[in-house]
Design a protein around this ligand. Structure first.
Ligand code: PEP
Ligand code: MG
Length: 758
């Protein structure tokens, strides 16, 4: 084995490769010349490229040294043989006696048995394996570390060739490369609906086009400079006052700092530069290697750290390329489906609404802020889609199915057709609902039902006119607080409420006072960690303990409703005395405002939400204490069943249409009737035609729901004879021995009376 100039070797090779990439060659010719060049540079008898196909097979695409007839014929499955092992593990294999390795597999068509030494590296892009690059020698030898490094660098160039789609031309008809493989990811549907469109990565990957350097020293100093300013910016963030002394934010920044000072990381990038890469290509290479390795980890803590590392590498890439990193600054498709690991609610609002067709999150929870906002915007949302960002490229076609909780990346034509049909059906249905907009919501037996909508942001308000709702039955005021970066001031709150009232154009609006705490986190309002946040310091409890906060809100509400009617209600009331305490504060605010000559609301309606079971034993006191009651069935159900609404393992365990909960609701209706107190229900169950049907049968005459549910619920009630159903339902509820499933009873009632349920 002749000795070679260690530093010149890879550099010369990359220089040749750069020339080859620039030449106008047919792809097979280019690939053939590349392997020839590598073999000669590495003094290897064999150099081969295997490319991963969408069916999980690694196909020989080019070789120098093996039987040429085997090209496009020799195949190995992922995990099979040495090549398959490298692809599956995304790790290089460096062997002096390949045949002694347990995974060795003899492919007769290649004639490779005479070669002993074997070095194979994965061809990686953004942590994904696209193929395998191999060199082999007859003599037994161990390849040096710099040779492994040089091969990895070379593999990057081939990755680029695969990613640009150049190899498509030489791919056998009917087959596809893995990079363009159709993938379906099963996740959770957070908002229903179907979205067809193209991927927009919320944090777009920096595309490094300038791979190979002219002057390694210059690139090393560029890298050093970029790392220097990266470290400074992290220190700067850590020293800012708003970064709390502890907590998640600080933890992430500390991890960033640790990575940024990691000598191993810097050394590997410098090595890649010495091997011929530009500074940005070196960052990308080390990022991709590290990601490939970490992607195979199952420990959630370490996977989280992978995200941190990835973020840091992206920052460095942006620094080196001057790329802004904002999805918005790129050409933006008219049918964008935004992919993000996680996202703040305000960031989603930055996207042009008209172009948004859906949102896919790797993290998230149904109740996370961004999901609430997306729901308000009426776009389908998928959450908990693990690893989806790494699998997608900007501009990939995609279908998301919020009903089934699925993401179909690069879908095949048949699937697209099936979904287009589904979308057409949905549109026709929407059309029918729109036609009902001006139809009065009166049941078949003549009962006028008040159909209200839930809201919380200004983007929700146009839906009031579009849906034909009677008004807003629940305005979640905490959303304004949740999307703000600091506590909204009195003037901001007042302006916001004024705007809501103006846009509601005379329709009644029920404002709910701040319901923060629990799962509704406000970043600038840090409370102590709680073991059971749902049962903790939240909603009215927090407001009463921070009277300044509550009084500011009451003042803003009073001022915004000057001369009009103010309808407000309190969340999470547990004891009637809490209502009295707020009423006292309200009285003080009224006095304060009149003392300073402010005009007051024409009428004040003071209500409470019924969400805590303890109120079930204070029903008469409650009903006489307030002007109206609204049942928060989401919380009332979670507390009645002791089943966390945000925990998928238990949230569906008990049926909301089971006897216990319907009896609870019926008792509430009876108490309201007895006391002549207006009653509404504003939890999710109001928006589902089947459960809304049950609510009407047990006596509710007012329900509040997401605006898109108004149409389906109205379609249901127009065909419903409430008294007839009430009779059947009450019979089952009163019969202690009956095993009849109420859900089944409702479904069969709807079927036999032609009542639409979707
Ligand atoms: C409820 O609990 O049913 C409710 C409407 O309030 P939220 O979902 O905001 O807790
Ligand atoms: Mg609630």
């Amino acid at each position: 084995m002749p000795m070679r100039d260690l530093s010149a070797g890879p550099r010369v090779l990359l220089k040749r490769l750069r020339e080859l990439m620039a030449e106008p060659l047919e792809p097979q010719e280019r690939l053939d010349r590349i392997v020839r060049q590598i073999a000669s540079n590495m003094v290897a008898e064999v150099c081969s490229v295997y490319v991963l196909r969408s069916d999980g097979v690694l196909e020989l695409y080019a070789t120098e040294g093996l039987n040429k007839d085997a090209v496009h014929l020799a195949q190995l499955k992922m995990g099979q043989g040495l090549v398959g092992t490298i692809a599956a593990s995304a790790q290089p294999l460096n062997l002096s006696d390949a045949q002694a390795h347990p995974a060795f597999r003899y492919l007769p068509e290649t004639g490779e048995e005479i070669y002993h030494s074997f070095l194979g590296v994965p061809i990686l892009r953004a942590g994904r394996t696209l193929g395998v690059l191999v060199v082999q020698n007859k003599a037994q030898r161990n390849y040096r570390e710099d040779e492994v490094e040089a091969m990895e660098t070379t593999a990057m160039v081939i990755a680029e060739m695969i990613a640009t789609g150049e190899l498509k031309k030489i791919t056998q008809p009917g087959l596809e490369l893995d990079l363009t493989r159709a993938i379906t990811i099963d996740a959770d549907g957070y908002n229903e609906g179907i979205g067809l469109g193209h991927v927009v990565l919320h944090e777009p990957r920096v595309v490094v086009t300038n791979l190979l350097n002219e002057d390694a020293d210059k690139e090393i100093s560029r890298l050093a400079e970029a790392i220097g300013s990266l470290r400074l910016s992290i220190d700067d963030m850590l020293s800012r006052r708003e970064v709390a002394q502890e907590g998640e934010h600080r933890e992430v920044l500390e991890t960033y700092r640790m990575f940024a000072h990691d000598q191993g990381w810097v050394r590997r990038m410098e090595e890649a530069i010495r091997n011929g890469l530009t500074a940005e290509a070196a960052v990308e290479k080390v990022q991709s290697d590290t990601k490939a390795r970490m992607m195979r980890l199952t420990d959630p803590y370490l996977r989280e750290r992978m995200h941190d590392f990835d973020d840091l590498a992206n920052r460095l890439l942006r620094q080196l390329t001057g790329f802004s990193g904002r999805a918005m600054d790129q050409s933006f498709p008219s049918d964008a489906i935004v992919f993000a690991r996680a996202m703040g609610a305000a960031e989603l609002l930055d996207y042009p609404r008209a172009n948004l067709r859906g949102l896919v999150l790797e993290d998230g929870a149904v109740t996370s802020h961004v999901v609430i906002v997306a729901r308000a915007m009426g776009i389908p949302v998928i959450g908990q889609a693990a690893g989806v960002v790494a699998l997608a490229e900007n501009g990939d076609s995609v279908i998301i199915d919020g009903d089934e909780g699925q993401v179909h990346l690069r879908p095949v034509t048949d699937l697209v057709k099936a979904y287009e049909e589904k979308v057409r059906l949905r549109a026709r249905r929407q059309e029918q609902f729109r036609a009902l907009r001006d139809v009065d919501p009166v049941t078949r037996d003549g009962k006028r039902i008040s159909l209200l909508m839930n809201a919380g942001l200004l983007v929700d308000l146009p839906q009031l006119a579009e849906s034909g709702a009677d008004g807003i039955g629940l305005f979640r005021t905490e959303l304004q607080f949740m999307i703000a970066s600091q506590m909204p001031k009195l003037e901001e709150q007042e302006a916001f409420y004024r705007n809501v009232l103006r846009q509601s154009a005379g329709h009644p609006v029920t404002f709910r006072t701040l319901d923060i705490g629990g799962d509704k986190v406000v970043s600038y309002f840090r409370a102590q960690e709680e073991e059971n946040p749902a049962l903790g310091w939240r909603a009215i409890r927090l407001s009463l303990d921070r009277p300044g906060l509550l009084r500011t809100q009451l003042r803003a509400l009073l001022r915004a409703s000057a001369g009009a009617e103010l309808k407000m209600m309190l969340p999470m009331v547990t004891e009637v005395s809490e209502i009295r305490a707020v009423r006292d504060l309200m009285q003080k605010e009224v006095q304060h405002l009149s003392k300073f000559g402010h005009s007051l609301p024409r009428k004040l309606q003071f209500g409470a939400m019924l969400e805590v079971p303890a109120l079930m034993w204070q029903l008469d006191e409650l009903m006489t204490e307030v002007d109206f009651v609204s049942v928060g069935s989401n919380d009332l159900f979670q507390f009645s069943m002791a089943a966390d609404r945000g925990n998928a393992r238990v949230s569906d365990r008990f049926d909301i249409l089971g006897k216990p909960f319907l009896r609870i609701l019926r008792d509430i209706v009876r108490a309201a009737d007895r006391n002549k107190t207006p009653l509404t229900l504003c939890g999710e169950m109001a928006g589902k035609p089947l459960s809304a049907m049950a609510l009407l049968a047990i006596g509710f005459r007012s329900v509040s729901m997401t605006p898109t549910s108004i149409g389906p619920v109205k379609a249901m009630l127009l065909g419903l004879d409430v008294d007839l159903l009430a009779e059947q339902l009450n019979q089952v509820l009163d019969d202690h021995r009956s095993n009849t499933s109420i859900r089944e009873l409702l479904v069969s009632f709807a079927a036999s009376h032609n009542i639409p349920l979707s």
